[in-house]
Design a protein. Sequence first.
Length: 351
Amino acid sequence: MDEKIALFCREFKENFGFDSRFMIFEAKVISQKRTQYVEVITTEGHFCAVMKKFYKLYFDNVPVLKMKIKVLPYQELSRKFGIGNAGVSPLYKSASNRSEQVSQIIIGELFDVLEISPDEEWYRIRLHIDGYIGWVNRNPVKLLTQKEVKSYQKSNKVEITKKFVDIHSEPDKKSAVLRGVFLGAELPVTNKKKDWIEVRLPDSVKGWMNSKSCREVDTRAERSKDILKYAEMLYGVPYVWGGRSPFGIDCSAMMQLVYKMCGYRIPRDSNMQAALGIELGKNFNDYKMGDLLFFGNEDGKVTHVAIYTGKDMDFIHASGFVKTNSLNKKSGRFDERLGNMFFGARRIINI
């Protein structure tokens, strides 16, 4: 009976297609001393939709065990928010450094805390920037109260515009380096002195960086003409599954970062990006610089994305490392494999 219930729980999740990137549904048989029960863990926003289906199917099929339901985030958590405190922090599929890296947290990015592991070494979190869910070790992040989050959100911030920037202890490039930050990171401003800007790091430590390394955050700014500038800035960055920084980046995170630098927020993954904007088909004569090119497998699933350069069927993408390839068969940069996988393009911004 245990195996039957466990199988039912797995099939239920598979059949209803719950996307583990953005929601949680876990159901398993728990044995404690002489008692057994089915434990269901789900996220608050999905509770009704999940449990209506699960209740009906469960009690129609295997109503032999009691059910205990845990809804995340746990109400008893004293700090329900957090922020990235290191330049970049891995976000794992499970609470282990050996687990798959599903994404990353960039310094200054906020998240919701959904639960804390029993040993308090790991936090299951949901990123504010794109809704991604995963586990992060406690060391590179800092937990916040709701009051601290609101204060942080209201603060005047600068956005890093260089590939790599060191935060110094003093307005002097020879002073100690406190933290390394990267393209796209945002930090609150606390002071200015000549060519230097003082910023407050998430752990409240203050440091200095050159004013030419950043710009004021303006959510109304639109810089679509700079899209190739930021894409080319990432040339040579190695491909890393789940990576979101110039230390290592995957194809869709590259698009997310480049578009962010141009004033547009887009989803984290290529299959979600492929649902945006206007469909353009496969004719390169209809494309403009900045359009997104999509590639996929025989099942019709989008698995890769690139930015069109606007000329000679060339595109910039992360594959092995960030580089330019082409779908022009006469080009020395022609990529035959991607040519066979090409699905077409979509326009998110009209440059």
